[in-house]
Design a protein around this ligand. Sequence first.
Ligand SMILES: C[S@@+](CC[C@H](N)C(=O)[O-])C[C@H]1O[C@@H](n2cnc3c(N)ncnc32)[C@H](O)[C@@H]1O
Ligand code: SF4
Length: 412
Amino acid sequence: MSAAIQAALGAPRFEALPPLALYIHIPWCLKKCPYCDFNSHERRGEVPEARYVAALMTDLEFALPSIWGRRIVSVFFGGGTPSLFSAGAIDSILAGVRARVPLLPDAEVTLEANPGTFEREKFAAFKAAGINRLSLGVQSFDARFLAALGRVHDEHEARAAAHAAIEIFGNVNLDLMYALPGQTLSDARADTSAALGFAPPHLSFYHLTLEPNTLFHRHPPVLPDDELCADIEDLVDTGLASAGYVHYETSAHARAGFECRHNMNYWRFGDYLGIGAGAHSKISFASRVVRQVRYKSPQQYLEQAERGAPLVEEHEVMRADIGFEFMLNALRLADGVPVGLFQERTGFPLTLVEKELEEAEKRGLLERDHVTFRASPLGRRFLNDLQAIFLPRERAARNVPKKIVAFDHERR
Ligand SMILES: C[S@@+](CC[C@H](N)C(=O)[O-])C[C@H]1O[C@@H](n2cnc3c(N)ncnc32)[C@H](O)[C@@H]1O
Ligand code: SF4
């Protein structure tokens, strides 16, 4: 059957499957932060580490038939707070992964760490276990904002952890947030230069958002207004650009060659297998694309994974949705993507979204030539409006999201 006939029937067709990444979710934290809507749970007593490691392995074995013969290009331990686990547990997980699926020899293997769990020896042991990139949740270097955010660490721990991370791993990301309660332009300047003082290869700056089902949503703190937020964004951009960082994705800045490979795979609509409580997956087969979600509550996940049934939901991605899902991710990238990537990663020709591309161009939100397409400077500023153009009509009618969130690792 020709690609055109298959596409007309509504099924994708892949010449080659997209690269496959592995996400491993660790759902516990020392304390739940008041702004956080991730699947993270305050630890009560000891975390059931050994039981969770075993459940992850049963989960991976359950998933093996759906990724048979494929190689893993990157691994990301996210949370929650993966650094809460012992280095021995991380070592067992990685050894278990290697024994079950081929992992590229130079695969990027990232672990998220919280400065509140920082111990120098532990960082070194994570490295010995095979972690080659550390992502540190600093949020701010200022005691006032760390307190306002309810963080477990103070500014001294933030600095000590950042210093040790750079020394031990080299390949480090620092997560910072801006638009913090009461933050001024000069506060943001101080945080930016404190972060730059460590010269990390990668910096993520997230705009603090008030997410439903969080304490901050119920009791909102006073936040900087839109004008101040825009000024802070300009300040961060200019400061980082003059220090040699490229703002390559909505929230991510990196020195050349240090873009996060794992996240790039999400944004370029690659495949990912997510194991662990609440983890999401997108897996392509020759003529269909499937999304899966695992049980969210750690207790329920443990029980279900142990029974070899970790999935709470599985569905095929429909033709009507796949163009939107591709654009949602790809438009976050400053350089955009090659036009051919659409067909390569969705299994459908670019004509599937031609009308929407034309509208986005007409409104000055998108730029394209024969080689690539990307959000224009206006489109980057009003990214939600640009992404909304690609929202399937019936989905838009059902529920127009106020803020569109891409399927990146942070929301899984
Ligand atoms: C899952 S957390 C991982 C790191 C670790 N749990 C920690 O917080 O140190 C990933 C990052 O998302 C960002 N984040 C979490 N909640 C956010 C919110 N409501 N608005 C903006 N960024 C947020 C923070 O910068 C955080 O470091
Ligand atoms: S922000 Fe990080 S440390 Fe805080 S609750 Fe969320 S996942 Fe845990």
